[in-house]
Design a protein around this ligand. Sequence first.
Ligand code: ADP
Length: 290
Amino acid sequence: MLRVGLTGGIGAGKSTVSRLLVQLGAVLVDADVVAREVVAAGTPGLAAVVAEFGPAVVAPDGSLDRPALGRVVFGDAGRRAALNAIVHPLVAARRAELAAAAPADAVVVEDVPLLVETGAAPTYPLVVVVDAGAAERERRLVSDRGMDAPAARARIAAQADDEERRAAADVLLPNPRRDPGVPDPLPGLVGRLWRERLVPFEEGTRTGRPGATPEGRPTGGDERRVLARLERAAGPARLTATGTWPLRAVVSAEGALAGLGYVRAGRGRWASADPGCAVRAEVRVEAGAR
Ligand code: ADP
């Protein structure tokens, strides 16, 4: 099983890419659906929200009154943080539960709008970012979703900017504006991603096969993403060879490397099963490494 984090700014095309991946065989965990589930009527999540914000955020039918809650947290970072502190852990736990329930050979795609903003990128073996510039996203929100322009701009401004999101991407799927009549390249890009990366990566993690060493040189961004992942999974990590593939790193404990797409490649050695290898690292585990 392979977990893939899919993100992008609002209107970038996450839902579109999710649909294409599901057609190819992915199991989708939709963050918006999960976010509604964990505070549905009668859930402990809703009870916790009511305990914090009072009964005025419950509609007469017992469901969460989202507009009422929105008015309370809008423009108040402290109240928003209080809400997030309740909802985010519930969402993460439910997402993990749904992923764990997927078949052993599943590619589980988690559509997570705020993946970069919440610092969750290094918790996924692979992060795919759907990329469309802010001006085009605003145009889509206005023309396709009926938002007014100031509301669309406010939603966009409340999220990470395009550069921050690109920095977190192992795979960037460009989804810019297309001129009318020009065929949509997105299905082809997603099909290739599925065949050449996601399916072999999943197989590699399941069968213990490391990905091949890529050609070329890793970028600073590749190195940062490798380190961030290793540190999340295994504590302090340090690259011992930079600027060449394979990147080599030492970590102080094996921790959760397997959950991040690493497979055992020998005694105390781990390698990424990612065949795209933007994040490939050979990991040597050393007691007390720092
Ligand atoms: P997200 O889930 O990231 O918010 P969606 O997948 O819902 O984004 O896409 C936002 C809007 O843009 C939708 O109305 C969708 O049909 C449209 N859209 C997505 N990709 C393209 C594209 N390549 N060209 C034009 N419109 C697109």
